[in-house]
Design a protein. Structure first.
Length: 912
């Protein structure tokens, strides 16, 4: 039989075939999956399971688009006019400026785009498959038709699948059908002419498993999938703009308008009042407009954001939505999951409580090394049937497996369950033999909502049992008996002693242990399916297990750092209140305050919750709906909330939070889809670091604007003042263009690479409504612009009055502006802190580097004969150069003095 070629696969009505037929056509089987050699063959034939990248703008088009800009049109028009007047040098300079501007814009845009691209591709998608008889995790793009895929709630469907078996399966197919309510799915074939939305027996690539579990076989991959056909890919490309970028883009438009008017005024004053030659004034007006209008601003801002995003990615935080970068800097509350984020997620059972004994378990981690103690005295599991029976159920009602590899023992599956496998191995049980003796017939998987997992087993002697493990209060409610093991042997059932078990559970919880209760129920041998109704009673409690999940040491430090930064850390966990409080105390969260449980949250209405939420830091037994309510309550208090989550049901809370944060390792695809940021190491410390970076990035944006505005403004001011006061022009039009080329687009870019300042996490969060351009901004811009203009103009006039030639005075004025900008770049590294330190001057190697480059260009401008011919510059003597440097130093000193005064003023205000 032939495997259908890829094109035929499209026409096969997989949804109308039975599961068996589908398997047959695909030449695969649902117990072993494909053999590895066959996978390789099919991969070669069908290609990787990937959709082609959306077409990018070709480079030539991007370059051409740089010329599509009003400013460039004006400069080109000016070049034509100067050419008509036969001012060839001016024409050349203008055309040179146009070309260099376009190239710089092209490079900047390219850099911004590729930085964004790199970020987009960072999250790879994986799938669990059955190959060669083994379960394994593979990259989703390696799937081939015939692969057997295992899916659970929250997974993203990796290819088009024909469902083989399904349990309570529902899929969210909004990407494909637009239908926002998840639809039910099962393995029964449907009519061949069923519409896409009615094909219940299929799961489609790109959709999400909203609930339940499934086993399916791949029928179409890559472009052959339904998603590939309709190619909704464009819709998935994320917008690469942010509120801040929009604010800046709008600001630059206003600024451009203002500068346009200013330039017109300068032209009018020059021609009408000061009787300057209109041709010269025209050229000057064009040069001024070209230099003062910050056309590169949005691109440089994007680079700043993208650089920061890249730095975050190096530290395991991947930004999915660019705006989150800014919001991170303003976060006031972090709501974090406990397990795995604040703790190591490496569970070890430390205590087993049976009806007769409290048994301590030694050893740590997943390695099955350790033993059992009662009252400090070692015992063996063989002598304790109670311990054995608990361990057996813990091993059977379990989906985790442990592997003994070269790097020690490793786990596949849920750590809570992994700890139970280790316990069973310590008790000397053999997992394979046990599973063979009592095969699993059906199961209800664990979900945070119902907090238990149950399995149905048949042995070969005609007995059937339901095994359950879960949160004690849930399991205790199912039980009416407990098993006791008198010293001489056989276990007997006795009435349940609620108080004994409650106390034992609380005692474990107070020691920061996660508690699971284990119970069993006999059922008729005919029962082959497990329903929720089966869980309502009749169970016999076997014991309790207490597992330790120690806090991550780095999380303890990160929590303290966040708190010092004015960011409140709240812990939201599914665990028991006492366990949560005990772990919280170890982490420094909610010290001395009571914990609030999910049940208590339900008793509060929104207004009451809003009042309570401020004073509580630990939320226990909370489920995803509680998370959503907590986010809303905090937001209604004006807080900016970051919320972590991993499950499919966390998605609404993640979407609602100001920064939704999903876990990269243990998180579901649904959570990642809803989140703005993904932590690839699931670690709280990474989140703390991201807040730090977020603040740093916002600072860098401010630093760049604080650098650019006064330098552009200073230049314009020099020319304006000279014209208004009827002085000789200190800069020619060509020289204005030169300054623009050599400084404005190059120097400032270095600030995009600034690392976050040391004290960013010692400041309170930025008020979310804070305007980028505050009073401080206006003052600083004005002060520096006036200083620069005064220094340069002053130097020019002084040189003239001392008998210098106009060329020399102009060369000095130009050099002074360039040198002042170099010095001011150093000042701009810190907005308020001094830069008079080794770190301040050299902390960002890009800054001295760009300054050196700029200095070389300026030396060329002054001393190269052909530059002198083009720009009308002349050689400067050492004394003249020193005066130029002095001007730069003066601006540097003044800016530092201003910062010192500002710091004093702030300190005094804080004191009062
Ligand atoms: P956090 O919110 O801090 O990450 P969590 O989400 O891990 O905590 P849940 O997984 O919802 O919390 O667990 C809640 C409770 O459910 C646990 O305290 C435990 O009693 C029980 N439980 C956890 N995992 C399992 C499992 N695999 N099988 C049975 N019961 C479990």
């Amino acid at each position: 039989m032939h495997l259908p070629p890829s094109t035929d696969a499209r026409d096969t009505p997989w949804h109308a075939l039975s599961a068996g037929e589908a398997l047959q056509r695909l030449q695969t089987d649902d117990r072993h999956g494909l053999a590895h050699a066959e996978v390789a063959r099919r991969l070669a034939r069908f290609g990787p399971n990937r959709l082609p990248a959306p077409p990018r703008r070709p480079a030539w088009l991007r370059l051409l688009q740089q010329f599509h800009n009003v400013l460039i049109y004006v400069m080109l028009a000016a070049a034509t006019v100067t050419a008509a007047l036969a001012h060839w040098i001016d024409t050349g300079v203008l055309l040179g400026a146009v070309i260099v501007n376009a190239i710089i814009g092209f490079l900047q845009e390219g850099k911004a785009e590729s930085a964004l691209d790199a970020i987009r591709h960072m999250l790879s998608h994986q799938a669990t498959v059955l190959r060669g008889g083994e379960r394994q995790l593979v990259a989703a793009d390696q799937l081939v038709p015939g692969d057997i895929v295992i899916l659970a709630s929250g997974d993203k469907v990796p290819a088009d699948l024909r469902i083989l078996t399904a349990r309570s399966l529902r899929a969210d197919e909004a990407v494909l059908t637009g239908e926002s309510v998840p639809c039910d799915k099962d393995e029964a074939a449907v009519a061949a002419d069923a519409a896409l939305g009615d094909r219940r027996s299929m799961l489609y690539s790109g959709t999400l498993v909203a609930a339940g579990t499934a086993l399916g076989t791949v029928v179409a991959t890559g472009t052959n999938s339904e998603l590939g056909r309709i190619s909704t890919l464009l819709a998935q490309v994320q917008a690469s703009t942010t509120p801040l970028l929009r604010q800046i883009a709008q600001f630059s438009r206003w600024l451009a308008l203002a500068i346009g008017l200013f330039v017109l005024a300068t032209f009018a004053i020059g021609v009408l009042w000061r009787a300057q030659a209109p041709a010269d004034m025209f050229m000057m007006a064009v040069a001024l407009a070209a230099s003062a209008i910050p056309e590169g601003l949005p691109a440089i801002m994007t680079i700043t954001l993208a650089m920061g995003v890249r730095r975050m990615a190096q530290h395991n935080a991947i930004i999915r939505h660019l705006p989150a970068v800014e919001t991170l800097g303003a976060v006031t509350v972090i709501c974090s999951d406990k397990t795995g984020t604040l703790t190591c997620n490496e569970m070890t059972v430390q205590r087993v409580v049976t009806a007769d004994h409290v048994i301590e378990v030694t050893g740590s981690g997943y390695a099955p090394q350790g033993g059992f103690l009662i009252g400090g005295v070692p015992i063996t599991a063989q002598e304790h049937p109670a311990l054995q029976s608990v361990a057996q159920v813990a091993l059977l009602c379990n989906d985790a497996t442990l592997h003994d590899g070269p790097q020690g023992w490793s786990l596949t599956g849920d750590p809570t369950e992994g700890a139970l496998v280790t316990l069973a191995l310590k008790a000397g049980l053999d997992a394979t033999a046990l599973h063979a003796r009592q095969p699993r017939i059906d199961a209800i998987p664990f979900e945070s909502e119902h907090r238990f997992m149950a399995t149905l087993h048949h042995d070969h002697a005609g007995h059937a049992v339901i095994l359950v493990k879960g949160a004690p209060e849930r399991v205790l409610d199912m039980c009416n008996a407990q098993r006791q093991w008198p010293a001489d042997g056989a276990g007997t059932d006795a009435p349940l002693q609620h108080d004994y078990w409650r106390r034992a559970a609380n005692d474990c919880a107070a020691r920061a242990l996660r508690v699971l209760a284990i119970a069993i129920k006999r059922v008729p041998a005919q029962q082959h399916a497990l329903q929720f109704a089966d869980m309502e009673g009749g169970f016999t409690l076997l014991g309790l297990l207490g597992s330790m999940d120690p806090p991550r040491p780095e999380a303890v430090a990160a929590v303290a750092e966040c708190q010092a930064a004015g960011v409140r850390v709240k812990m939201i966990t599914g665990d028991h209140g006492e366990t949560a409080r005990a772990i919280g105390a170890q982490l420094g969260i909610g010290l001395g305050r009571p914990a609030l449980t999910g049940a208590e949250i339900e008793l509060l209405d929104d207004a009451a919750l809003r009042d309570v939420v401020a004073s509580v830091d630990v939320f226990a037994r909370a489920s995803p709906e509680h998370k959503l309510r907590l986010v809303q309550a905090l937001q209604s208090r004006g807080e900016v909330v970051a919320m972590t989550g991993d499950g499919v049901n966390d998605a609404p809370a993640l979407k609602r939070a100001d920064v939704g944060v999903a876990m990269g390792r243990n998180g579901t695809e649904a959570a990642k889809d809803a989140a703005a940021m993904v932590l690839t190491d699931d670690n709280f410390a990474t989140l703390g670091h991201a807040v730090r970076e977020g603040r740093g990035i916002y600072d860098n944006v401010r630093k760049f604007i604080l650098f650019m505005l006064p330098t552009n403004g200073g230049e314009a001011l020099i020319v304006f003042a000279a014209i208004a006061f009827g002085l000789l022009l200190p800069l020619t039009a060509a020289q204005v263009l030169w300054i623009n080329l050599v400084t404005s687009s190059t120097l400032g870019v270095a600030l995009a690479f600034e690392p976050a300042e040391d004290d960013v996490m010692r400041r309170p969060p930025r008020p979310p409504q804070e305007k980028l351009l505050s009073g401080l901004f206006a003052w600083r811009v004005l002060m520096v612009a006036v200083c620069m203009a005064a220094a340069s103009l002053g130097l020019f006039l002084w040189e003239l009055s001392n008998g210098a030639a106009i060329e020399t005075a102009r060369t000095m004025a130009v050099s002074a502006v360039v040198v002042m900008e170099m010095f001011y770049l150093l000042n701009s590294r810190h907005i308020e802190r001094s830069v008079l330190s080794r770190e301040g001057l050299l902390g960002n190697p890009k800054v001295p580097l760009t300054i050196a480059l700029c200095a070389l260009l300026q030396l060329g401008f002054v001393h190269l004969p052909w530059m002198q011919a083009v720009f009308g510059s002349t050689d400067l003597s050492v004394q003249e150069w020193s005066r130029v440097l002095l001007a730069g130093l003066a601006v540097f000193t003044l800016a530092e003095l201003e910062k010192a005064a500002l710091r004093r003023w702030r300190a005094r205000r804080a004191h009062r």
